[in-house]
Design a binder for this molecule. Structure first.
Ligand SMILES: [Zn+2]
Length: 280
């Protein structure tokens, strides 16, 4: 059964009315989000006209190339600062959207349901259909949820549905029913698709997930089984756990010079862990 239509309607209304905490900046923030949504639709039309599809891989910058990397609309949004109201920034709007969705999710990751840690880096805004491909839904609240870093990193830009091409061909957001082979955190009810239990001791934490429907089974295959193994792997190594936490805390410091190095290290660590866990 899909989520209640009223729940979705309420969320959309909240998104429009409270897209920023400061009431004096509300109208401007709303105008800005509308303009970015229009920009996303224009970008979609351009891509469609130039023969893109959901399976087209955007060209990557060659190593050593001096040409500047094209910014995504999402990163452009993040860097926005209003020329007339210092309280209206992409960052403040984004933080507010995060708070709004996080409350809907009861401060838990939309996929693994582990509690979200209390800093913005530990709870990225997740594009359920990746915005690198489905650019038309970059600012669509139905396409946004909050995940933990582990789930966000594992999912990356993967498209978990065989209907990707059909979804890509339209600007209309697919219905809950259309996601027949993929769990959708906004449109589906978690408890109907996935069952889990978690056991925690002083030193260990183990989560076991079971898929109850085709969507839930796929989520386990694609993500939750990996998260389960990763949790055991990390929690069994108290030293490792401590250092990972230190890195995450350091990265959350504004203007941290080590940010890029930590990001690179984490990517390499994720890749190495992935290879180990594949064999478990
Ligand atoms: Zn998670």
């Amino acid at each position: 059964m899909p989520a209640h239509k009223n729940d979705i309607r309420n969320l959309l209304a909240k998104y429009r009315k409270h897209c920023i905490g400061d009431p004096s900046g509300l109208a401007e923030a709303q105008r800005y989000i509308t303009s970015m949504t229009d920009k996303a639709l224009a970008e979609y039309k351009t891509r469609k006209a130039s023969g893109f599809s959901s399976t087209t891989t955007p060209p990557r910058r060659k190593k050593g190339s001096s040409s500047p990397k094209k910014k995504t609309l999402w990163s452009e949004f993040y860097e926005y600062a209003s020329p007339t109201n210092e309280n209206v920034t992409g960052k403040s709007i984004r933080n507010h959207i995060r708070t709004l969705i996080e409350a809907e999710q009861h401060q838990q990751c939309c996929y693994c349901r582990r509690p979200l840690l209390n800093n913005a880096y530990a709870k990225p805004i997740e594009h359920i259909l990746p915005h690198s491909i489905f650019v038309q839904h970059t600012f669509n609240i139905l396409n946004l949820s909050i995940s933990c870093v582990d789930c966000n990193s594992k999912k990356s830009d993967d498209v978990w549905t065989a209907h990707g091409e059909r979804f890509w061909r339209t600007t209309r957001y697919p219905t809950a029913r259309a996601f027949s082979d993929m769990y959708h955190p906004r449109l589906h009810r978690y408890d109907e698709h996935i069952k889990f239990f978690r056991v925690q001791s002083n030193t260990h934490c183990i989560s076991i997930y079971t898929g109850l429907t085709p969507q839930g089974i796929k989520l386990c295959e694609k993500l939750l089984t990996h998260i389960s193994k990763l949790e055991v792997f990390v929690s069994a190594n108290s030293e490792l756990k401590k250092h990972i936490q230190t890195l995450q805390d350091e990265q959350s410091q504004p203007g941290s010079a080590a940010g890029d190095a930590i990001e690179a290290f984490k990517k390499a660590f994720d890749k190495a862990t992935e290879a180990i866990l594949e064999d478990v």
